[in-house]
Design a protein around this ligand. Structure first.
Ligand code: 5GP
Ligand code: ZN
Length: 113
């Protein structure tokens, strides 16, 4: 998607602090961290949100969760962490390229809504 911020980060047109990269997945630090560790994990193919996950593209989502577990370990998040994906307007999604937030490094608020 030519006008997608995260596609531009994948293409290297916008710089990011990369944490992990392979053929299908990229992880980088959030520009406005909400916790001491705040990393975004995204598929390299453009998927708009959780709502666009299908049987045809879900293999990358399974891989993303393997990557999340490995990143959390590498970042030393021994006490736990939160994985969040905002989907659509009611959830406050601001970037319309599927992404999973990894939040950790402090005791997180338990409020979910
Ligand atoms: P959302 O609100 O869609 O769930 O999350 C989008 C996230 O992307 C936000 O946490 C925001 O801080 C982050 N973000 C927005 N623009 C950039 C950017 O240019 N670089 C990085 N690294 N993160 C960004
Ligand atoms: Zn995109």
């Amino acid at each position: 998607m030519s006008n997608c911020l995260f596609c531009k980060i994948i293409a290297g047109e916008i710089p990011s602090t990369k944490v992990y990269e392979d053929d299908t997945v990229l992880a980088f630090r959030d520009i406005a961290p909400q916790a001491p560790t705040h990393i975004l994990v995204i598929p390299k193919t453009h998927i708009g949100s959780v709502a666009e996950i299908t049987a045809e593209n879900s293999a990358v989502v399974a891989h993303i969760f393997e990557v999340i577990a490995a990143i959390a370990k590498a970042e030393g998040l021994k006490n736990g962490y939160r994985v969040v994906s905002n989907c659509g307007d009611d959830a406050g999604q601001t970037v319309h390229h599927l992404h999973y937030h990894i939040l950790g490094g402090k005791k997180l608020a338990v409020e979910m809504a």
